[in-house]
Ligand binder design. Structure first.
Ligand SMILES: Cc1cc2nc3c(=O)[nH]c(=O)nc-3n(C[C@H](O)[C@H](O)[C@H](O)COP(=O)(O)O)c2cc1C
Ligand code: SF4
Length: 401
C-alpha cells in the first residue's frame, strides 16, 4: 500500500485514540509523517492506570499479535526501527506473557531484522511502570521511559516533534494500535462503517461494579445505549440482585458521573459528549442506588490526592482542599454556602490552571455529580444556611452550571 496510503486509511477510518483523550489517530499519524527528522520512535501506552479499566490488559493477554502487528505497521509507515511498550508496573504477568508473544513473533521473523524479507528492521522493548497514574500521561510516560522522574513535560514542543530521547515520537494506546491491522485489511471506509459516522470501529467497554456480568465487551460504536450496555443479557445482564442504577461512572476517575436519566444516551463519542458525558478509557463503573454519591466522590478525591505528582500548585494543594471540603460536606453543620462557593471556585481553578490532564480532569466527576445530584452535595450545607435564613435557591444559585 505504501506508507502514505496507510496513513490515509487510518484517517478515513476516523479512529479516535482509545487511551481517553479521543484524539483522531489519523491527524496524529499525518503530523508525524510530515516531520522530516529521523529517527522516529513508536511508543505504546499500556499504562492502563484508570481505575475500572482493564481492556489493554485483555488485548495483551488474549490477542497480543494485534498490538505487535499494529506497532510494526507504524514502524513501517514512519521508517522507525524501535518500538516501546510502557506497561503498568502492576501487570507483571501481562508483561511476561507479552514478552513470550514477542519471542514467538521474532522466531517467525515477524519482528526483528528484515521482517518477512521486506528489508524492514523493527523490534519492540517492554518498559515497566512503577505504579504512578500520572505516568499514563504521554509526556510523563516518555520521561519515565527515559529513566527520568515520571512528571509531565511542558507542551509545546509537541511529542511528535520532540518526544522520546528528543526524537519525533508517536504515542498511541494499546487498543488504538490493535485496531490498525483491521483498518489496513478491511480499509478505512469499511472500518468507519463498522462503527459510528463520527468514529469508526468498535470499542472495548469495561463493565464493573454492581453489574451482574462484569467484563470486557466489544461493541460497535453507536450500536448500543448505556442502558443496553448495562442491562442487555449479552452484555452487563442488569444489576446484581435486581438493584436499581444509582449512577454510572464513565471513562475512569477523571470521567463524569451519569445519572439514571441519561441511560438512554447512545454509546458513541459524539452522543456521550452532547449529553455532557464521555467514553474516556472505556470504563463503565455501575453503582446501584445504595451508593452514597458524596462518599463516592470522596474516594475519587482521595485517588487524586494520592496520584498528584506535586509539580504544580493547583493540583498539589487543590486536591487535598477538595477532599477536605467534601469531608466537611458529609457532616451536618460544618459547611455553609461559602463552602460551596469555595468548592466551585477551587474546581474551576484546578481545571483551568493545572499543568497536566490529571489536575485538569480531577474534578470532572465532582462537577457532573453536582449537576446531576445537587441535593446529595448540598444537603448538609443547606440545613446550616436555612438556619441562617438563606433559601434553598440561594444556596445552589452560585455554581454556574
Ligand atoms: C493523568 C493521565 C493519565 C493517563 N493515563 C493513560 C493510560 O493509562 N493509558 C493511555 O493509553 N492513555 C492515558 N492517558 C492519555 C495519554 O496522555 C494519551 O492521550 C494517549 O496515550 C494517546 O494515545 P491515543 O491517542 O491512542 O489514545 C492519560 C492522560 C492523563 C492526563
Ligand atoms: S496537574 Fe500538576 S501536580 Fe497534578 S499531576 Fe499534573 S503536573 Fe503533577
Amino acid at each position: 500500500m505504501g506508507a502514505r496510503k496507510v496513513v490515509e486509511e487510518v484517517r478515513d477510518a476516523k479512529l479516535l485514540g482509545r487511551g481517553g483523550a479521543a484524539y483522531p489517530a489519523g491527524s496524529k499519524w499525518e503530523h508525524l509523517m510530515d516531520i522530516g527528522a529521523f529517527p522516529k520512535h513508536i511508543v505504546c501506552n499500556a499504562d492502563e492506570g484508570e481505575p475500572g479499566t482493564f481492556k489493554d490488559r485483555f488485548i495483551m493477554e488474549r490477542v497480543p499479535f494485534r498490538l505487535i502487528e499494529g506497532m510494526t505497521i507504524a514502524g513501517l509507515v514512519f521508517g522507525s526501527s524501535t518500538g516501546f511498550v510502557y506497561v503498568r508496573g502492576e501487570y507483571r504477568s501481562v508483561q511476561r506473557g507479552f514478552m513470550r508473544a514477542m519471542e514467538s513473533a521474532r522466531f517467525l521473523n515477524l519482528l526483528g531484522r528484515d521482517i518477512m524479507g521486506s528489508g524492514l528492521d523493527f523490534d519492540i522493548a517492554v518498559v515497566s511502570g512503577a505504579g504512578a497514574y500520572v505516568c499514563g500521561e504521554n509526556s510523563a510516560l516518555l520521561n519515565s521511559t527515559q529513566g527520568l522522574a515520571g512528571r509531565p513535560r511542558i507542551k509545546p514542543p509537541h511529542l511528535a516533534e520532540v518526544g522520546l530521547f528528543g526524537a519525533p515520537t508517536l504515542v498511541n494506546n494499546v487498543e488504538t494500535f490493535a485496531n490498525v491491522p483491521s483498518i489496513v485489511t478491511m480499509g478505512g471506509t469499511a472500518f468507519l462503517e463498522a462503527g459510528h459516522p463520527d468514529s469508526g470501529g468498535t470499542k472495548l467497554v469495561c463493565l464493573s461494579g454492581h453489574v451482574a456480568r462484569p467484563g470486557v465487551y466489544e461493541v460497535p460504536l453507536g450500536s448500543v445505549t448505556l442502558r443496553e450496555a448495562v442491562f442487555s443479557p449479552e452484555l452487563g445482564g442488569g444489576l446484581r440482585d435486581g438493584a436499581r442504577v444509582g449512577f454510572l461512572h464513565l471513562g475512569g476517575q477523571s470521567g463524569p458521573l451519569a445519572p439514571p436519566e441519561l441511560l438512554d444516551t447512545v454509546y458513541s463519542y459524539s452522543d456521550l459528549r452532547k449529553a455532557g458525558l464521555s467514553v474516556g478509557s472505556g470504563a463503565v463503573v455501575v453503582a446501584d442506588d445504595t451508593v452514597n454519591v458524596l462518599d463516592y466522590l470522596m474516594s475519587v478525591a482521595r485517588f487524586f490526592v494520592r496520584e498528584s505528582c506535586g509539580k504544580c500548585t493547583p493540583c498539589r494543594t487543590g486536591n487535598p482542599a477538595v477532599l477536605k471540603i467534601l469531608q466537611d460536606l458529609s457532616v451536618p453543620g460544618l459547611a455553609d454556602r461559602r463552602t460551596l462557593e469555595k468548592l466551585w471556585a477551587l474546581a474551576d481553578v484546578m481545571t483551568q490552571c493545572s499543568f497536566c490532564g490529571l489536575g485538569r480532569t480531577a474534578t470532572v466527576a465532582l462537577k457532573s455529580a453536582w449537576k446531576a445530584f445537587p441535593e446529595e452535595i448540598e444537603r448538609n450545607a443547606i440545613r446550616l444556611s436555612q438556619k441562617d435564613g438563606a433559601s434553598r435557591r440561594e444556596v445552589s444559585a452560585f455554581p454556574s452550571f
